[in-house]
Design a binder for this molecule. Structure first.
Ligand SMILES: Nc1nc2c(ncn2[C@@H]2O[C@H](COP(=O)(O)OP(=O)(O)OP(=O)(O)O)[C@@H](O)[C@H]2O)c(=O)[nH]1
Ligand SMILES: [Mg+2]
Length: 282
């Protein structure tokens, strides 16, 4: 069995930073966690990549190809679709090699339509599963954009659509907690075990539009609440215990190590003939 975290989330939410922080944290535990760049438009990242999709296809090459005429967004969709074509899949399989029990983070593009309603990432999940990977999704959201009830609801619905689309164990991570002041951090705490109905009633920052659709908002909140659909894990990358907690939850979602062989040591039963009698009959 092999293990994969698909690291997903809106542009700039902190996906690549999460991958780098987890890889570094794992090193302190003497554990190897590999990271793969799956973003054909990536500019820079600070982790050591196991391999990089840009070696197969780069969004700039697609945009410059005269016969295609793609902009940046269409170009990126084309690249991801190409990766799931037979040639792309063969390349991916070769890069992934054939190791047992390894754990790989896939740093994905920040174009969320790839996994909210298009099926290319779903096909990627199925492909990885067919190569003996157990897959979970780690959906990254910037805590700064979750500071009031209506933003919280909108972020939660996006997370929910990814969850429904990919059909794998799913974690939601709130990043950039270190950038929040004390008051905002306390506010976020209320979102971690949310009484969504109460949050929505107490939200005074509602616009005219939101007032009109209050009943709808409240009904959506109730769905999230009643089915306990969306939960968040806060991440402060400057705190080791925050990284430890998150890695434990990701391992749990993947059931990491559950199939590991029980380590045994060869044990030779002593020959009774050789044994010294421990009772003195004299
Ligand atoms: N202070 C702080 N900054 C962060 C954190 N996470 C990300 N950043 C910063 O936010 C910016 C975007 O982070 P990335 O990790 O590149 O985000 P991304 O989701 O990979 O972005 P795209 O790949 O472009 O979609 C960078 O300047 C990071 O340094 C965090 O936890 N704390
Ligand atoms: Mg990135």
């Amino acid at each position: 069995m092999r293990y994969a975290q698909l690291v997903l989330g809106p542009a700039g939410s902190g996906k690549s930073t999460y991958c780098a922080a987890i890889q570094k944290h794992a090193e302190t535990l003497n554990r190897v966690i590999n990271v793969v760049n799956l973003d054909p438009a990536a500019e820079a990242f600070s982790y050591n990549a196991l391999f990089d999709v840009r070696d197969l296809i780069h969004v700039d090459d697609v945009m410059q190809a005269e016969d295609m005429d793609f902009g940046p967004n269409g170009g990126l969709v084309f690249c991801m679709e190409y990766l799931m074509e037979p040639d792309g899949r063969e390349w991916l399989k070769e890069q992934l090699g054939d190791y047992d029990d390894d754990c790989i983070l896939f740093d994905c593009p920040g174009q969320i339509e790839l996994y909210t309603h298009m099926d290319v990432m779903k096909r990627m999940v199925q492909q990885l599963q067919s190569w003996d990977f157990r897959v979970c999704a780690v959906f990254i959201l910037d805590a700064g954009y979750m500071a009031d009830a209506s933003k919280f609801l909108s972020g939660s619905l996006t997370a929910l659509s990814v969850m429904v689309q990919l059909e794998v164990p799913h974690l939601n991570v709130l990043t950039k907690m270190d950038l929040l002041n004390q008051a905002a951090q306390e506010q976020i705490e209320t979102f971690l075990e949310p009484e969504i109905h109460e949050l929505l009633v107490s939200d005074h920052s509602v616009s005219k539009f939101n007032k009109k659709y209050r009943k709808l908002t409240s009904a959506l909140g109730q769905v999230l609440e009643e089915f306990s659909l969306v939960r968040y894990i806060p991440l402060n990358i400057n705190k080791e215990e925050s990284l430890t907690d998150l890695l434990i939850q990701a391992d749990f979602a993947l059931q990491y190590g559950e199939d590991a062989d029980v380590k045994t040591q060869d044990f030779e039963y002593p020959d009774p003939e050789d044994e010294e009698p421990d009772v003195d009959f004299n």
